[in-house]
Design a protein around this ligand. Structure first.
Ligand code: NAP
Length: 435
């Protein structure tokens, strides 16, 4: 019998569990730890609330979660409630699937001003992650600036731009829906330090911006390279660029009320503020040299009252686990960190790819574990963890507990929405009738 601990119950965690069960059948016990009492990580807290079809993948994880030999152990923080060393003593393999929940920093003066947020925080706020539920962004200024040209920048722009009707069927949490209802934001500027051919936005997500009821995207035709140069692009990027070309050709839309402006070749150089709050972003015009953005020396200011950086994420370090500072993930050799210790998904490779990319990643790490541990030693696994939990008074949550939290969230949903999430851990635990 092999005892496997997976730390993190997001896509990478559940695909890895699925791979373990597929390979070893009943000859494995898989325990999936999560610091929250609720599973599914990025699916719950990262995927945009109006992308319910993407969230549907959690049904696949549920099927794995319900297997006899797979168990969810929520409300346990590995690194503080229990150490990685302790888990390594209890399990044949400990696989870190903790994702990349922390924001990368711009490293600019003014980044610590009020109403400047990283996307992990801002997305966590509208998705009801307990760490960010109290963010309380001010939406009182007419201009918001978003830095980055990836899909997260699109998510943030879309959520800021959508009407209450458009958000009605989403699972955006009540505090964010109410704040957005009173939002004064009428101009959303998306800064890209490089050009339209270098965007990391995918076609479907970009196309959605052209379908909004009260906002329209604006692209300066002068930023677009000659159309025949699109032929050299990879097909997905080419499709995205076609959307940008359509946005550039479309008439302006003052009647809609909100404009989403793409400002390409624009690199932030400073964040300016007064009384501790952001008031403007100073931007330097760039040009491309060998694919890299190089400053031209020309600068300008965009007055803005909200700034969200969407420049990628990094894995949060865990005590005693070697960390690769440069790449913001655990130091690893194709997922191997140390004997019996592995990482998978974003914690292994950094925040790239789609949710589905984590499936082959999960299967690949289980192949490596299989090479390394053979039959598995006689390790206590969960029974050992339960002893520690009892000694330390760790009030862990099982999958059946999550199902009760889930039912309560569904019952609390406003009309048209799939659920109203609990945004405080106490309330999640309270839904189980515990203190
Ligand atoms: P991303 O795709 O890596 O994009 C990051 C963007 O930030 C890039 O445009 C990058 O520009 C820019 N950037 C980085 N450092 C910067 C700096 N110092 N100054 C200015 N710009 C900077 O990251 P993401 O948007 O956070 O997305 C993370 C992953 O989740 C991606 O794989 C994404 O596709 C995925 N995702 C998917 C969906 C979906 O499928 N619906 C939704 C959300 C996220 P350069 O290219 O110049 O470095």
């Amino acid at each position: 019998m092999r005892q496997i601990a997976i730390v993190g119950s997001g896509p990478a965690g559940y695909y890895t569990a699925e791979a373990a069960v597929k390979l070893w059948g009943e000859d494995v016990h898989v325990d999936i730890f999560d610091s929250l009492p609720v599973p599914f990580g990025l699916i719950r807290s990262g995927v945009a609330p109006d992308h319910q079809s993407i969230k549907g993948v959690s049904r696949r994880y549920e099927a794995t979660a319900k297997a006899e030999n797979v168990r969810f152990i929520g409300n346990v923080t590995v690194g503080s409630d229990v150490t990685v060393g302790e888990l390594r003593d209890l399990y044949d393999a400990v696989i870190l699937a903790t994702g990349a929940p922390s924001d990368r920093q711009l490293g600019l003066a003014g980044e610590d001003l009020g109403n400047v947020f990283g996307s992990a925080a801002f997305v966590g706020w509208y998705n009801g992650h307990p760490n960010f539920a109290g963010l309380d962004p001010a939406l009182s200024h007419d201009t918001a600036v978003i830095i980055g040209n990836g899909n997260v920048a699109l998510d943030v722009a879309r959520i800021l731009a959508k009407s209450q009707d458009e958000l009605a069927g989403s699972d955006i949490v009540a505090h964010a829906l109410t704040a957005l209802q009173g939002s004064a934001v009428r101009r959303i500027v998306i800064l890209g330090r490089r050009g339209p051919h270098q965007i990391a936005m995918t076609p479907k997500e970009l196309g959605e911006l052209g379908q909004l009821s009260r906002a329209c995207p604006r692209v300066d035709p002068a930023d677009l390279p000659p159309v025949d140069e699109d032929q050299a692009l990879e097909p997905g990027v080419r499709k995205s660029v076609m959307h940008l070309r359509a946005f550039a050709e479309a008439a302006s839309c003052p009647e809609k009320g909100i404009e989403i402006e793409f400002d390409f070749f624009a690199s932030p150089v400073a964040i300016l503020g007064q009384d501790g709050r952001v008031e403007a972003v100073e931007v330097e015009r760039t040009r491309l040299e060998n694919g890299r953005a190089v400053g031209t020396g020309e600068t300008y200011r965009i007055a803005a009252g909200l700034l969200v950086t969407c420049i990628g994420y990094q894995t949060s370090p865990i005590p005693d686990v070697p960390y690769d500072e440069k790449n913001g993930r655990f130091a690893n050799d194709e997922g191997r960190i140390a004997p019996g210790l592995y990482c998978v998904g974003w914690a292994r490779r950094g925040p790239t790819g789609t949710i589905g990319t984590n499936r082959p990643d999960g299967f690949s790490i289980i192949e490596k574990v299989a090479e390394d541990i053979a039959e598995g030693a006689v390790k206590p696994g969960r029974a050992g963890f339960e002893t520690i939990a009892a000694e330390r008074g760790i009030d862990f949550v099982k999958f059946t507990d999550w199902q009760r939290i889930d039912e309560a969230e569904i019952a609390n949903a406003r009309t048209g929405s799939p659920r109203e999430k609990f945004v405080h851990v106490d309330h999640m635990i309270g839904a189980l009738g515990r203190e």
